[in-house]
Ligand binder design. Structure first.
Ligand code: PMP
Length: 361
């Protein structure tokens, strides 16, 4: 077997022990004489597994009792539209703070159901920073304020959770959920595609405060209404059983590792190591993001000569460092350092960078 260090932005590395456990249980799961993918989601074994996954997630994030946990589908992209569909009356304002590609997309999709306004943006800065809180033009009558806590493509992270007063704060946390402790009570709704820090793609985890589920701004088919999912324990129809199972294994793994305090410590150390390698390269490598907004999860950087980018990516691949190519919109290099990427992998990348600079400098 030759598993490489995997820096993919998503779908991304999963913990090896999670994959090994899934492999060991693939043919016969939990005494079912079948795999977890082949049994009813309404059977006792699956229902127990699902409840345990939720309980573990609640414990990891210390989720208050007045929040529902939903296991959904459609990717984060579907919820760009579905969140305003559920929370905004026609023409009601929703404020979007945009500091990268995904926030921009969320606002565009919301415009079908809300008066989606860009209340603050760092576009003028090419999304290399977070707009200062004092510049946000928030409407106290807005249905919610939407933020993207980590912009996966631009490598920009909102380190401090903003205070937006009484208006519910909604966050796309697809690429930084579970990466450190979080005060869930500061949010009205949090959603995340699973394929970075949770499990395989095709699953979305949502935490939503109960009072928001009581909003009924427009008639909707059941399948689009979050309150219906909450009432049915996310089993309104057949859920993504495999994704839910793997998410559950990841939650167990996180608990075994010491929970989110330990994850926060590891992720800070990993990011510090890589940014130090970039900053210490004498300009050979550079990161364009304003230092206080540098992402711990997605580290973007450029080589001093862009012509070397494909060489770096190709030689990295040969050296066992996967998926270093930057997003097509930005070019350059991107290394994603999610929970399942250990510091040994980051050290291997830093060693490779030093050697690359020596041989191609
Ligand atoms: N939001 C963020 C922050 C993301 O990183 C991504 C995907 N990389 C998305 C939304 C879109 O997710 P999906 O492909 O699951 O719809």
């Amino acid at each position: 077997m030759s598993r490489a260090w995997n820096f993919s932005a998503g779908p991304a590395a999963l913990p090896v022990t999670v994959l090994q456990r899934a492999q060991a249980e693939l043919l016969e799961w939990d005494g079912a004489h079948a795999s977890v993918m082949e049994v009813s989601h309404r059977g006792k074994a699956f229902m127990e597994m699902a409840a345990r996954a939720e309980a573990d997630l609640r414990e990891l994030l210390a989720i208050p009792a007045n929040y529902k946990v939903l296991f959904l589908q459609g990717g984060a992209t579907q919820h760009f539209a579905q969140v305003p569909m559920n929370l905004c009356a026609d023409g009601q304002r929703a404020d979007y703070i945009v500091n990268g590609h995904w926030g921009e997309k969320a606002a565009t999709e919301a415009a079908f159901y809300a008066d989606a306004r860009i209340a603050a943006s760092s576009l003028a800065d090419a999304y290399r920073s977070i707009p200062a809180r004092a510049t946000w033009e928030l409407d106290p009558g807005a249905a919610f304020v939407h933020i993207t806590t980590n912009e996966t493509i631009h490598g920009v992270e909102m380190r401090d959770i903003p205070d937006v007063g009484e208006v519910p704060l909604v966050a796309d946390m697809s690429s930084d959920i579970l990466s450190q402790p979080l005060d869930v009570s500061k949010f009205g709704l949090i959603y995340a595609g699973a394929q970075k820090n949770i499990g395989p793609s095709g699953l979305v985890v949502m935490l939503v405060r109960e009072d928001l589920l009581a909003r009924h701004p427009r008639p909707l088919p059941k399948i689009f209404r979050y309150a219906e999912y909450a009432a049915a324990d996310s089993m309104l129809n057949t859920p993504n059983t495999w994704g839910w199972y793997l998410a559950g294994l990841t939650f167990q793994w996180l608990k075994e590792q010491g929970g989110l305090v330990e994850m926060g410590r590891r992720n800070a150390a990993k990011a510090a190591l890589l940014y130090a390698a970039i900053d210490g390269s004498g300009g050979y490598y550079s990161n364009p993001v304003e230092p206080s907004a540098r992402s711990r999860m997605n580290v973007v950087f450029n080589l001093h000569d862009a012509a070397l980018d494909p060489v770096f990516v190709a030689e990295g691949g040969k050296a066992g460092l996967l998926a270093l190519k930057g997003h097509r919109a930005l070019g350059g290099i991107r290394a994603s350092l999610y929970n399942a990427v250990p510091i040994e992998g980051v050290q291997a990348l830093c060693d490779f960078m030093t050697e690359f600079q020596r041989t191609h400098g």
